[in-house]
Design a protein around this ligand. Structure first.
Ligand code: NI
Length: 179
């Protein structure tokens, strides 16, 4: 396995739609998945999409901390979604903070659907159909966006909450705790 270089905002690969994976079982695809998992853990991300590591392929990896909730059965953790499709399962959306390994040091509030239906394949090629809620749904929507060339900045209703991590800790984390 290998830790891969993460593409940062401005790299054109983050702005083009990625290709569907044709042969999930192919050794080169399995290696990309293993490398993505290792890279995601190295940089302490909760999710990673293949374009972020210079692979224009429809692959997403997600691993939530235990306190953020486990994915719904039968979805494994870490979660690997290949060729995912998502549709909202509600009209309700919520704003909350997001960051991105490709936009280091910044956070912003992003509206996301609270419930989504997900269709994908797992890393063995088995079909997955499930409903995701809340934070898990947020992460899937964020990572899915990477597969269509969209960044969380594009989804912000306003850039007013765009915040450096230090200022987030100083002004926002404390205020949110007090609420
Ligand atoms: Ni991201």
């Amino acid at each position: 396995m290998a830790i891969l270089k993460v593409a940062n905002l401005g790299n054109p690969i983050l702005r083009v739609p990625s290709d569907p994976v044709k042969n999930i079982q192919a050794p080169e695809i399995q290696r990309v998945i293993d490398d993505m998992l290792e890279t995601m853990r190295e940089y302490r991300g909760v999710g990673l999409a293949a374009p972020q590591v210079h692979r224009s392929l429809q692959i997403v990896t997600i691993e939530l901390d235990a306190d953020l909730g486990a994915p719904p059965a039968p979805v494994a953790s870490p979660t690997v979604l290949i060729n995912p499709r998502i549709v909202p399962a509600t009209e309700q959306s919520e704003e909350d903070w997001e960051g991105c390994l490709s936009i280091p040091g910044l956070r912003g509030k992003v509206p996301r659907y609270t419930d989504i239906e997900v269709q994908a394949h797992d890393r063995r090629g088995r079909p997955l159909n499930f409903t995701a809620h809340d934070f898990f749904a947020r992460v899937i929507q964020h990572e899915y966006d990477h597969l269509i060339g969209t960044m969380f900045l594009d989804r912000m209703k306003s850039l007013e909450t765009l915040t450096f991590l230090e200022e987030y800790g100083r002004y926002w984390a404390r205020r949110e705790d007090a609420e």
